[in-house]
Write a protein that binds this ligand. Structure first.
Ligand code: AMP
Length: 114
């Protein structure tokens, strides 16, 4: 996993991203390397390196991410469904050390993942 936190730079507007949603707690932007017709990355502004570091204090924050993901899915027209993914560490395929949720949709997605 990269040690550089690119997503923090996006939060701080130090590097550009196609931001589609922002509030006090989180930010959503189009993935730079989309794996489906719709591929949005949703990140908390709080730095949580991996899902392993989630604590009870983060319950409301993670719930908020789900509420925003559902709103975005509606706005993006994903009426046939979508997938939310949180990759954790090496075996999960995580490459950016800032907890994030992928919102994927716009086509049927295979299962199990590779
Ligand atoms: P993960 O592999 O779960 O850590 O997901 C990281 C995701 O961030 C990948 O899908 C990347 O394509 C995406 N990504 C990395 N850098 C950027 C960037 N600067 N702007 C948008 N998406 C990015």
């Amino acid at each position: 996993m990269m040690t550089d936190n690119i997503f923090l730079k996006i939060i701080e507007k130090k590097i550009p991203a196609k931001i589609i949603y922002e509030d006090d707690l989180c930010l959503a932007f189009n993935d730079i390397n989309p794996q489906a017709p719709t591929h949005v990355v949703l990140i908390p502004k709080k730095v949580i390196p991996t899902h392993d570091e989630v604590t009870k204090e983060d319950k409301e924050l993670l719930g908020h991410l789900h509420v925003v993901a559902a709103q975005l899915a509606g706005q993006l027209g994903l009426t046939d469904g979508y997938r939310l993914v949180i990759n954790c560490k090496e075996h999960g395929g995580q490459t950016v050390p800032h907890l994030h949720m992928h919102l994927l949709g716009g086509r049927g997605l295979g299962w199990p993942p590779g």
